[in-house]
Design a protein around this ligand. Sequence first.
Ligand code: NAD
Length: 257
Amino acid sequence: PARMAGQVCIVTGAASGIGRAIARMLAAHGATVVVSDVTTAVIEGGAPTADVIAAEGGHAVFVSTDVARTEQVDALVTQTVARFGRLDVLVNNACIRHARPLLELDEADWQRVLDVNLSGVYRCCRAAVRQMVAQPLVDEVRGRIVNLSSQHGIIAAPGDLAYGTSKAAIAYLTRQVAADYAAQQIVCNAVAPGKIQTGAGGRAVDPVVMERAERRTPWPRLGRPDDVARAVLFLASSDARFVTGAELMVDGGWMAA
Ligand code: NAD
């Protein structure tokens, strides 16, 4: 049987980039995917994610959600459960970026980045765990959470104060949720991508920056959204049953070298 058959998964920020690749990967392995985003517009172009998944023979629905709005996040989970009966996997992928050093970052922008990137993860985790603790065990697990952190929550990138801080905090939140809910058999892990050719790290980025990143990465190419999606698939599957509180680097060896 398909690796994710019968699994109900929510992916936030799944209209574009890495989230879109994750949603497609989970669906390709048999999951029912709730594609969630503030928009259906695909930054890199093409049909909306749920339509692409349907065309690929997978099962997906789109639910419009702003992760900065508590009532929308709560509705995302209650609608998912009302429709599909349970929630097996939450992937917290939605993010915004506003790269400014301290003296150029005004307080409203600082607050906004933390509200979407970090508090968004808090809201989604809270709504999901509320459901997961109440649902029966399947293959020893009540539910799985995968959070997208970043190598830029570990090492500084030019001007990435608010974004990097949010990503560092997501790594901590991941360990805390893992520790607090292990007894209820809910697993929570993070994937920390390196330089991936899309969105936050790639699109509209200076070719000089990309070239430097390519030289800095031990692996002979930059990362692709699909590379991250494979790691998320592992952590979303029963293969990762006893893995919890981990942060998995998907960076072509950047942090190791
Ligand atoms: P992206 O900008 O391509 O996609 C982000 C998605 O989040 C978009 O579809 C956007 O509409 C959605 N979004 C934004 N605000 C939202 C909100 N308030 N509510 C719901 N959805 C919202 O980004 P990406 O490059 O695909 O990054 C995806 C994840 O991977 C992020 O968590 C990012 O931090 C992480 N990451 C990316 C890289 C990289 O190199 N691309 C590196 C490290 C980590």
